[in-house]
Design a binder for this molecule. Structure first.
Ligand SMILES: [Ca+2]
Ligand SMILES: [Ca+2]
Length: 222
């Protein structure tokens, strides 16, 4: 009986160490941060310093290793304003951050490359759009390079729900869509399709019942 128990414990120990080693390889922030320091030195000189480097999201491949990582960092912020519309996420009144737009980038761990979020957005990073939405709306994930709002969130509670569709319907019926007007210049749009109104959920330039339908579909999908 003792022998059997010893064997079981040995197997359990091996399993535990295997899991630990996978995690150790997968999650290695100091390594990523060192790579980022090297990258910054390469593009901005050895005295350059990014004090607010942060890793906001890790994407894992099928083997449990991180293949890309959403990072935020700003070497400097120039005065000015820019805006971006990333699917349902609107970043507004952002300064002109360097080296990445909106202080955001994807670190391609597999190839050790950095991509500005505006470029990475149209690249083939699995689940980037969905995870970006969740990260930018996560109250525990701080973001200080601009204001973040959700397209369609006309009641301004930070999430999309049935109250938004009801309010859009009511506003359209009252012919009073101006109250959701977005107050930024489209010439300052850094990324995305120009929109003028928070209720223009399908981004066709006008507020109509089609936006209500689009938002209802989104809510139904969860
Ligand atoms: Ca809402
Ligand atoms: Ca519309």
């Amino acid at each position: 009986m003792k022998k059997i128990l010893a064997f079981v414990m040995a197997v359990a120990t091996i399993s535990a160490s295997s899991v630990a080693s996978v995690n150790a390889v997968s999650y290695n922030k100091p390594k990523f941060e060192n790579e980022f320091k090297s990258y910054i030195e390469e593009i901005a000189g050895s005295s350059a310093y990014c004090g607010d480097y942060n890793e906001k999201y890790y994407h894992y491949d099928e083997n449990g290793n991180i293949d890309w990582c959403l990072i935020s960092a700003s070497l400097s912020t120039d005065p000015g304003i820019c805006h971006g519309i990333f699917d349902d996420i609107i970043i507004s009144n952002a300064g002109s951050t360097n080296p990445f737009s909106f202080g955001l980038a994807v670190y391609d761990v597999t190839n050790n490359e950095y991509y500005d979020i505006c470029y990475a957005w149209d690249m083939d990073f699995a689940d980037l759009h969905n995870s970006f939405y969740n990260v930018m709306l996560d109250e525990n994930s701080s973001y200080s390079y601009g204001n973040v709002v959700v397209l369609g969130d006309v009641d301004g509670n930070g999430k999309l729900d049935i109250n938004d569709t009801t309010l859009i319907q009511k506003t359209i019926a009252d012919n009073n869509t101006v109250i959701f007007s977005l107050d930024f210049e489209h010439s300052e749009l850094k990324y995305g399709k120009p929109i003028k109104n928070l209720c223009d959920y399908n981004k066709d330039g006008v507020c109509s019942v089609s936006d209500v339908t689009s938002l209802q579909l989104k809510l139904a999908k969860g």
